[in-house]
Ligand binder design. Structure first.
Ligand code: LLP
Length: 427
């Protein structure tokens, strides 16, 4: 599945030792595997090949320019959700004809920028937004293209903060209002609404919510077509889960394709997909060093040099990331990453960062081999929503990012400097 494996007793990314990367670039550092990123992209393309989908990488999951360029060169488009993400996609060489723009709160400035750029489509999330895009395109003397983001009211059984396709969430237009929407906006002069978009949540570990959502929207499209609307594409969003806890936690994308293809094959419209996590989640780790042990009290703490500003997922969603020493003692070399694997002579600890909040943890009550000051730990499955959600909180400089390609390591984002921290400010 990925290229982060223990060989000769220590962790490698492809052909390079994690310990060597930490020596060379310091910690905390995000490490990505080029092969894993491209393999995952090709897995999705291959699995859905019978419907020849347009794949738009969800750039919010991992926006590093070098990584986005690799994907653009492989033929991938981008799903963006702000002017900044659009800028990033273009800087990475993204083809505007394969860029789609979602989000409930697009500003006039962002809409203008996207129309100027000639993106493929807006994923429109409300009636007022449709009217605004039409107005702005008219002022610019252009014709904009859009899909209606439909809220199919399906429960993806994931964290409530990342559930997006249920009625009570802010996303899309309720499926019951979709026909009314098309009837009302059919005659718009400057906006052509010709697609349907859904994104039900993330990460989604089950197939059934997708099947339910696709059944609902394909039936909707049938009705719309009978009413004389031209629907040219259906965008299924992203959300496919990856293995955080053990090697068989998430379904391979081939399983999703197997369930969805019968519902999609032979339809008179194109298919688009917006995966983020599936491509990059397991393609990145965060390397961090142990600063101190604090063992005297009721709890045992391992204090490391990465904090919630580097990886906020545990604090925000109580997410599990497998954490293990990069160079374990021989009794503790893992054959696979499995949260149930207990260390030989280990201890149960909280792995915490240097930030001044009790929410600053990477793991709680975690069995870990005994580690000491200076030991290197790998936080796995950190490639998606890891660096992308990092911040400068506590005036910490954001981590370096490196990409491994076989035996080669390339710095693809330098560690920030103290000067970077104040560069935008005026005294
Ligand atoms: N399309 C749309 C419209 C989205 O909003 C998202 C993610 C995706 C595609 C990609 O989903 P993916 O394939 O990466 O699961 N910060 C959270 C995840 C938030 C996802 C937001 N939208 C986390 O760390 O788990």
């Amino acid at each position: 599945m990925d290229q982060f494996l223990y060989k000769n007793g220590e962790l490698y990314c492809e052909g390079v030792k994690a310990s060597q990367i930490a020596e060379q670039f310091g910690t905390p550092t995000y490490v990505y595997s080029k092969k894993t990123i491209l393999d995952h992209y090709h897995q999705i393309a291959g699995a859905f090949a019978p419907v020849n989908p347009t794949i738009c990488f969800s750039i919010k999951s991992c926006g590093n320019l070098h990584i986005c360029r690799l994907l653009a060169e492989a033929g991938c488009g981008f799903d963006v959700t702000s002017g900044g993400e659009l800028f990033r996609a273009l800087e990475a060489g993204g083809d505007p004809a394969k860029i789609i723009y979602a989000g409930v709160g697009k500003t006039d400035e962002e809409i203008r920028y996207a129309i100027e750029t000639g993106i493929a489509a807006f994923n429109i999330e409300s009636e007022e937004e449709a009217e605004n895009i039409d107005r702005i395109a008219g002022e610019m003397g252009k014709k904009a293209v859009g899909a209606l983001r439909v809220n199919p009211d399906v429960d993806p059984h994931t964290h409530k903060f990342t559930t997006t396709g249920k009625k009570e969430t802010k996303f899309g237009v309720d499926i019951e209002r979709a026909e009314q929407f098309f009837a009302r906006y059919r005659g718009l002069k400057n906006l052509h609404v010709a697609g349907i978009h859904i994104h039900i949540g993330s990460p989604v570990y089950e197939i059934d919510p997708y099947v339910q959502a696709v059944k609902k929207v394909t039936a909707l499209i049938d009705r719309l077509m009978l009413q004389g609307h031209r629907i040219e594409w259906l965008d299924l969003g992203g959300g496919y889960a990856v293995n955080y806890q053990h090697p068989e936690q998430a379904l391979p994308v081939t399983e999703h394709a197997r369930a969805l293809l019968p519902l999609l094959k032979g339809k008179p419209y194109r298919i688009a997909l917006e995966p983020g996590r599936y491509i990059v989640g397991n393609a990145g780790i965060l390397l961090t060093r142990v600063l101190y042990r604090k063992m005297g009290g009721a709890k045992k703490f391992v204090i490391v040099d990465a904090g919630m500003n580097d990886l906020i997922r545990p604090a925000l969603y109580d997410s599990f990331h497998y954490i293990w020493p990069a160079v374990p003692d021989p009794a503790n070399v893992p054959t696979e990453r499995n949260k149930d694997r207990l260390p030989a002579n280990g201890e149960v600890v909280d792995i915490v960062g240097p930030i001044c909040e009790s929410g600053d943890f990477l793991a709680r009550e975690r069995p870990l081999p005994m580690v000491k000051r200076g030991d290197l730990l790998s936080v796995f499955t950190a490639g998606a929503y890891g660096f992308a959600m990092s911040s400068n909180y506590n005036n910490r400089r954001r981590a370096a990012e490196v990409l491994v390609d076989g035996e080669n390591v390339k710095l693809i984002r330098r560690r920030e400097t103290y000067e970077d921290l104040v560069a935008a400010e005026r005294v």
